[in-house]
Design a binder for this molecule. Structure first.
Ligand SMILES: [Zn+2]
Length: 121
């Protein structure tokens, strides 16, 4: 049985499924395969958590140098000062970066779990 590629599972978790045959085939497989269903469920949880996360959910505000590194290559303009509590493009970029990091971690975990299952099962 060929399982759904983890990158494809991420696309499905992000809600990027199309009406095309590739996605339809993947969704048919997921309905019948517990392993792929579990991985998609995990990735969907990560996506949902990341999309609903707020900066206040972070244990501590990220240091200014983190923001500078993220934005360094994205914009030639220095970040503008902001009103306390205001959500800025900077916040959205930081949350996007955190989402990407969380997805990468979920993908890595899914890969490792799959490899372990193939070795033992
Ligand atoms: Zn599968």
């Amino acid at each position: 049985m060929t399982h759904v590629d983890p990158a494809h599972l991420v696309e499905l978790a992000l809600g990027h499924a199309t009406a095309g045959e590739e996605d339809a085939g993947a969704l048919r497989h997921i309905r019948q395969c517990g392993r792929c269903r579990d991985e998609l469920r995990t990735m969907t949880r990560v996506v949902t958590a990341a999309r609903t996360a707020q900066l206040v959910d972070l244990p501590a505000a990220p240091p200014e140098r983190v923001w500078r590194r993220i934005t360094h290559g994205l914009s030639p303009e220095p970040p503008a000062p902001r009103a306390p509590g205001a959500h800025t493009k900077r916040d959205r970029l930081l949350l996007t970066a955190l989402t990407a990091t969380a997805l990468a971690a979920a993908l890595t975990a899914a890969h490792r779990a799959g490899r372990l299952r193939r070795r033992t099962g």
